[in-house]
Design a protein around this ligand. Structure first.
Ligand code: OMP
Length: 276
């Protein structure tokens, strides 16, 4: 069984001439005041972002944490939100950002939830526990983005340690590991590379010319669109969450989200004219 995430991404990218993934992270303290007053505040926020920005989004990336914080109610809002994304435009792939990583039999349960019950197109996962913990997602036909070099400042604590046996950084080894998995499960494996590390991004792109990258770290975390594109090329999905969706707590937040998404897409369209 193979995933259709990759095909969905490619056709959306080529249709929009963009790489923008709109991340939906409804951080309660930053939520627009109007949304906070609603019975289902997280869902209402996500819904208004989806209905206003879907013409500009190559993909959606909801981070589950912001929903999970509110327990069963939060999770049900997350599920309503995922269903709403599909209702609005099923051709836009959904990447659930849950950063899962657990023993194989446990991973099977996560895989069933995300790919059979919720039916998202892709999931972020942590490969620390090794191949047998990733196979359950792939065997169910899911697409996984394996965390490789993450965007946060402390990513260097472990990910940039050098392996004595191979003289490569740990994150480089993770990228090779992901690439080997991708050969076994074509079009089902990509990696997460933080946009805050453009030179490492460029190095990993040279190492793996065809691997799909999910690149957070642009926008609120300071990554530059031009640097990211130059380092990675068009086989990268560039995510911005707060930098598009949480620009105001007043009722103008959807207008501002549209404005920002339009600006990003205009810049990306210019960049995409120069193939890397
Ligand atoms: P903004 O900084 O608001 O654009 O949000 C970034 C989103 O991407 C959050 O949901 C993060 O959890 C996620 N993320 C990173 O910021 N850095 C990474 O290296 C990996 C992820 C991720 O896997 O999505």
């Amino acid at each position: 069984m193979s995933s259709n995430f990759y095909k969905k991404f490619e056709s959306r990218r080529d249709k929009l001439n963009s790489l923008l993934c709109v991340g939906i992270d409804p951080e309660w303290e930053k939520l627009p005041h109007d949304c906070q007053k609603k019975e289902f505040p997280l869902f209402e926020f996500a819904k208004s972002i989806v209905s206003s920005t879907h013409p500009y989004a190559v993909a959606w990336k909801p981070n589950v944490a912001f929903f999970e914080r509110f327990g069963a109610k939060g999770f049900s809002e997350f599920e309503r939100y995922v269903a709403y994304c599909k209702e609005v435009d099923e051709s836009i792939p959904i990447i659930a950002d849950a950063k899962r990583g657990d023993l194989a039999n446990t991973a099977k349960e996560y895989a069933k939830y995300y790919f059979e019950t919720l039916k998202v197109d892709a999931l972020t996962i942590n490969a620390y526990m090794g191949k047998d913990t990733i196979l359950p997602y792939l065997e169910l036909g899911g697409f996984v983005f394996i965390l490789c070099l993450t965007s946060n400042p402390s990513s260097i604590d472990l990910q940039k340690l050098t392996l004595k046996t191979k003289d490569v950084f740990l994150y480089e080894e993770v990228s090779d590991f992901a690439s080997r998995l991708e050969e076994e499960y074509p079009s089902q494996v990509g990696i997460v590379m933080g946009g805050t590390h453009p030179s490492e991004l460029s190095g990993i792109r040279k190492r793996h010319p065809n691997l799909l990258f999910l690149i957070p770290g642009f926008g609120a975390q300071g990554g530059s669109l031009a640097e990211i594109y130059t380092a990675c090329g068009k086989n990268g999905i560039i995510n911005s969450s707060r930098g598009v969706t949480l620009l105001s707590r007043d009722s103008d937040y959807t207008k501002l989200a549209i404005k920002k998404a339009t600006e990003i897409n205009e810049e990306l369209a210019k960049l995409l004219r120069n193939p890397v």
